[in-house]
Ligand binder design. Structure first.
Ligand SMILES: [Mn+2]
Length: 342
């Protein structure tokens, strides 16, 4: 079964700092569960997962965010829940996972319940940095549908807008994947029209090649505001990543201790495209690709977060968003690697 990794999955964030905000996040989860056709059992499980994660944030960190996103895979639908805070963090996550083991009230109990109810669950916590949780709940049979790729993403509008002007998507090819990220000029719905048109092309035609996709995007975005666009194709058979970028989308290949930054040219896809250049880089099986819009600062350093590179890409995306989002712009960050190769 092909797992559709992004389509229709607009993300929403809910600030949690008091109990009324916990309830608001839970209600948003209920609405999503109803829209996706969850039965009562799964909807109830999602409500508990959100409530426990949000309660932990309030109790242990004071405040934080709950991020919700719909997931689609064939006939099945899921909800991804990311919980993040900048609280004191935990020194020993494994110990807190055992029910009742907690230095501050019910953190241990909450994590135990989440671990049992969520189809997927991962956590990164570091003392003085905070805690991030990744959870999914899926409709239908137990367990989450698995693709060959693990994808983590945060894509959220500037606080004054409802719709994010950034967009990303992933298209599966038989040799690997093609990944697109776009930042529509300005903010709001008009920016989203441009960015979503660009990444839809990437998802629909992943085997076309990055230069050709960029030219197609340039044509497709004519008459829109235009966008910064970056496209990366990961060919696992050839062990090669090809990249083409126009405008301010950052790309980086993380492979063990090595960091390779991906080069974009100036311009605006849809109105001002002087030069499309394809760059090729080696791609090793355990490597990870990180792309982000200029709503995130560039001074991040994964080495500052011990153990984070081994966690689910959603947690890596969540930490980069938490600590480097500029707040004055739409913010998107995407992290992808082959499953099981961390
Ligand atoms: Mn931007």
């Amino acid at each position: 079964m092909e797992v559709v990794l992004n389509r229709l999955g607009r993300q929403a964030t809910f600030h949690v700092g008091e109990s009324s905000e916990i309830a608001a996040a839970r209600r948003a989860g209920n609405t999503l569960a109803r829209q996706l056709g969850f039965d009562e059992t799964r909807a109830g499980q999602l409500a508990i997962v959100i409530t426990e994660a949000a309660t932990n944030i309030v109790k242990h960190a004071g405040e934080g965010e709950i991020l919700l996103r719909a997931l689609h895979a064939g006939e099945r639908a899921g909800v991804e829940v990311i919980a993040l805070d900048r609280g004191p963090g935990m020194a020993n996550v494994a110990l807190r996972m055992e029910d009742g083991n907690s230095t501050a009230g019910t953190y241990g109990v909450g994590l135990g319940a989440i671990g049992r109810l969520a189809a997927e669950f991962d956590i990164h916590s570091a003392e003085r940095q905070g805690t991030v949780l990744f959870m999914t709940v899926w409709s239908g049979a137990a367990g989450a549908p698995m693709s060959d790729w693990e994808v983590g993403a945060v894509c959220l509008p500037i606080p004054s807008e409802e719709v994010c002007g950034d967009a990303w998507d992933v298209g599966i090819a038989n040799w690997g994947v093609t990944v697109g990220m776009a930042d529509g000029l300005g903010h709001g719905p008009e920016a989203a029209v441009a960015s979503e048109a660009a990444v839809a092309l990437v998802a629909e035609r992943p085997a076309v090649g990055v230069s050709e996709l960029m030219q197609l995007a340039h044509g497709a975005l004519h008459g829109t505001r235009g966008a910064a666009v970056a496209i990366a194709a990961i060919d696992c058979d050839a062990g090669e990543l090809t990249f083409a970028g126009i405008g301010n989308i950052a790309g980086c290949i993380v492979d063990g201790p090595s960091r390779r930054h991906l080069m974009s040219h100036n311009g605006i896809v849809g109105s001002n495209l002087r030069k499309v250049q394809k760059f090729s880089h080696p791609w090793a099986p355990g490597a990870m690709l990180i792309m982000h819009s200029d709503g995130l600062g560039t001074r991040w350093d994964l080495d500052a977060y011990p153990g984070l590179v081994f966690r689910h890409p959603a947690l890596i995306a969540a930490v980069l968003y938490r600590d480097f989002a500029r707040q004055r712009d739409d913010a998107s960050v995407l992290v992808i690697r082959e499953r099981g190769l961390a």
